[in-house]
Design a protein around this ligand. Structure first.
Ligand code: SF4
Length: 400
């Protein structure tokens, strides 16, 4: 049975109600338990448990250190393309947004990767919009093969594929797959996704299972907080994580905690999860899933990121750019303009091509970054907090 069947039978609305009605005594009692159920998780994300955040934080901190030591795994996204056939209301790359787009060539991908390598990174996340013409399976395979030798860990965040289409990517050297469900609320999902293959909720929900069947050994999941009620999303991703830990147990699972950021299209979040609630959610995820990775992106501000580290974070990006060519300006001369998905030629010498201050390229990014500190500054701060930034934690030679 796939997670879709299990998900369809979950009493999620009732669990949200239960969470909101949890009293302080029940929340305190749940905090003392081990082997938590989804109902216990509902208590941990309750307003009542929010009053016990200090206690939760201490437990989450101790549990993280026990399982992961004092380490933070560092990674960087490398955007390959911002072409996309989907319309997702919350994303700058949406098909109908009139933005500046580009798809990097293999040489340009190598150039961007080299810049990240010089900054110290050895774990890379290849990100691309969903566009079969520009971001074909063959193109993805070639990008992975081009980087595999130099990069001990290559993960992907690209449009979902069939299991058989994933296999050549694993064979080429990809070991991780990240797929955000965006929202687990079917009605909100339908509202947010108005064009393209991403409209298929169930297909997306089953993606981690297909990726696992194809041989990926790192899986990443998350909702995008800001679309539906955050407790509903948290309960759903917890149920999803629980399923994957039972059924895809050979894979290392990482749960992200991403919130909507400003982007082209000027989408405004529909719901809000406050900073304090985000901290509570991270603690609750840690207590529920002692061995799962928890990832924190540069969507958050430096101050908040620094404060969240001791609560259960095991993985962080740093110095991230969300536009293809953002690290070196690679592909700058190929940037084109689109209007409702159709390439429009600009008059030669148009100033739109020119890089802006502090940016090597003018391709449009997926969203605005919240923490713009360079990687070494983030690493230094991680050390100041008593943790070791880990740039490389795997080598393909270990599998031989
Ligand atoms: S979220 Fe992904 S699929 Fe949707 S528009 Fe952005 S890049 Fe395309």
């Amino acid at each position: 049975m796939s997670f879709v069947s299990e998900f369809n039978s979950l009493p999620l609305d009732a669990l949200v109600k239960k969470s909101l009605a949890t009293g302080t005594a029940a929340a305190r009692e749940t905090l003392g338990r081990s082997n938590l159920s989804l109902a216990d998780f509902a208590a941990l994300i309750s307003p009542a448990a929010g009053e016990l955040l200090e206690t939760m934080g201490r437990r989450a901190h101790a549990m993280t250190q026990q399982r992961f030591g004092k380490t933070i795994r560092m990674f960087a996204p490398l955007y390959l393309s911002n072409e996309c056939v989907n319309n997702c209301s919350y994303c700058g790359f949406s098909r109908d947004n009139p933005i500046l787009r580009v798809t990097l060539s293999l040489d340009e991908v190598r150039q961007e990767a080299q810049a990240l390598k010089e900054q110290g990174f050895r774990n890379i996340l290849l990100v691309a919009g969903e566009h079969p013409k520009f971001v074909s399976n063959g193109y993805m395979r070639d990008c992975i093969a081009a980087l595999h030798e130099d990069w001990p860990s290559v993960s992907l965040e690209v449009g979902p594929m069939e299991t058989e289409d994933y296999r050549p990517l694993v064979a080429a050297g990809a070991d991780g797959l990240v797929v955000y469900q965006e929202t687990y609320d079917r009605a909100v999902y339908a509202e947010m996704h108005t064009a393209g293959p991403k409209q298929n909720f169930d297909w997306r929900l089953e993606t981690p299972e297909r990726a696992y069947a194809a041989g990926f050994r790192r899986l990443g999941i998350s909702p995008l907080y800001g679309l539906a009620d955050w407790r509903f999303e948290a309960l759903s991703v917890a149920a999803h994580a629980d399923y994957l830990l039972r059924h895809c147990w050979k894979a290392a699972l990482t749960i992200s905690t991403v919130r909507i950021r400003p982007c082209a299209g000027e989408f405004e979040p529909i719901t809000h999860i406050r900073d304090r609630e985000l901290a509570q959610l991270i603690c609750a995820l840690r207590l529920m899933f002692p061995d799962a990775g928890i990832s924190l992106s540069t969507r958050e501000t430096p101050k908040l990121r620094d404060g969240l580290i001791p609560l259960g974070i095991t993985m962080m990006s740093a110095g991230a750019r969300t536009e293809p060519g953002g690290y070196t300006g690679a592909g700058r001369e190929k940037i084109h303009h689109t209007e409702r998905g159709i390439i429009k030629e600009l008059a030669s010498g148009a100033s739109e091509w020119a890089p802006q201050e502090k940016r090597p390229t003018n391709a449009t990014g997926q969203f605005n970054i919240g923490d713009e500190r360079p990687p070494q500054e983030v690493a230094e701060q991680i050390r100041r907090l008593g943790y070791e930034p880990v740039w490389k934690d795997w080598d393909a030679a270990l599998t031989m």
